[in-house]
Ligand binder design. Structure first.
Ligand code: TXA
Ligand code: MG
Length: 304
């Protein structure tokens, strides 16, 4: 039996399988089983109020579980498979565990852009619930080794699919009369606005906008103190650079935000593990394009 079939079997038996996506590695469980989904929260040590994403392998699969509409259709057609998570109302006949949405009447759903992830979901035939495959509050995993280091025996199988191409989690969008961005990620607000022909609110610029339960500060934190927007390094720090600067590690010497996002979590992992390092300083990252997602994660990593 090939590995992906084995993984699908494990999932159908209620076990946990870590799998690659284009953003970060996910810790998967079959999304219709309360006990399987509960074991995700347990393995991650995750507060139970923080809901998970249901991963599907097609638009048709998504429609079986959430109330689909024109806006969802346009966005899915434009960006799926890809790093955009849509938050939509559950259908009344939705078979997904309520634990996946922490009791909410909405479900976050996305189709990941990775052949192994898609084959795995097709084989189970059921959506896979998956948060990032790391202990709650620690750095997100972009390689199989990160998953093994963080979760160890708490995961039954790790499907190895190389390093994640995007490296930061998906954009989360509440699909609603007033579409609202709940998390910055691989798809930019301007790209979404272009497809739906409407302004997108963000929780950052609009005080009245709903917040995503996952937007707690001090998410994505390394163990070591981290300082952002650092123009100079202090004596006890090493610099995680961006652009043409002298530094210990460089997210992108040429100043590419794409390259920087792909390297972000892997480099933070590396600095965190290095026993010779006490504190981390990070160069300023431009607050545009993928820089929005990078700065969002860095701000959280800096908050202790
Ligand atoms: O790229 C990704 O999205 C990765 C890969 C594995 O797909 N997954 C991921 O999952 O980052 P997680 O669980 O770490 O983040 C899910 C985000 C959280 O911020 C959560 O609060 C939000 O989605 N979310 C989930 N369900 C929601 C809902 N019903 N309403 C509002 N926000 C929701
Ligand atoms: Mg996470």
């Amino acid at each position: 039996m090939d590995l992906i079939t084995q993984a699908a079997d494990l999932l159908n038996k209620g076990k946990l399988v870590a799998f690659p996506t284009e953003t970060v590695y996910g810790l998967g469980a079959i999304a219709t089983s309360d006990t399987a989904v509960a074991s995700i929260y347990k393995a991650k040590g995750r507060p139970s109020f923080n809901p998970l994403i249901a991963h599907v392998s097609s638009i048709e699969m998504a429609k079986k579980y959430v109330k689909w509409n024109e806006m969802a259709e346009a966005l899915a057609k434009a960006f799926w498979p890809g790093p955009l998570t849509l938050v939509l109302p559950r259908r009344s006949d939705c078979k997904l565990s309520y634990l996946i949405s922490a009791g909410l009447e909405t479900v976050a759903i996305r189709m990941p852009n990775h052949p192994m992830a898609l084959e795995l979901i097709e084989k189970t035939g059921i959506p896979i619930a998956a948060p990032s495959a790391n202990k709650s509050g620690s750095l997100s995993p972009t390689t199989p080794q990160h998953v093994a280091d963080s979760l160890g025996k708490n995961v039954d199988l790790i499907l190895k699919g190389g390093a994640c191409k995007i490296g930061v989690e998906s954009t989360v969008l509440l699909v609603d009369k007033h579409p609202t961005l709940l998390r910055f990620g691989g798809i930019l607000p301007a790209q979404i606005e272009q497809v739906i022909g409407q302004k997108v609110r963000t929780f950052l610029t609009d005080e009245t906008a709903p917040r995503s339960p996952g937007q707690s500060l001090s998410h994505y934190a390394p163990c070591k103190p981290l300082r952002i927007n650092a123009k100079r390094v202090k004596k006890d720090e090493v610099l995680l650079g961006f652009g043409p600067v002298k530094c210990f590690l460089n997210l992108s010497p040429t100043g590419s935000l794409q390259e920087a996002s792909a390297n972000l979590f892997a480099f933070l992992h590396q600095l965190d593990k290095d026993k010779s390092i006490q504190k981390i300083a990070v160069s300023p990252i431009p607050q545009k394009d993928l820089g929005l997602a990078i700065n969002d994660r860095l701000k959280r990593a800096a908050h202790r």
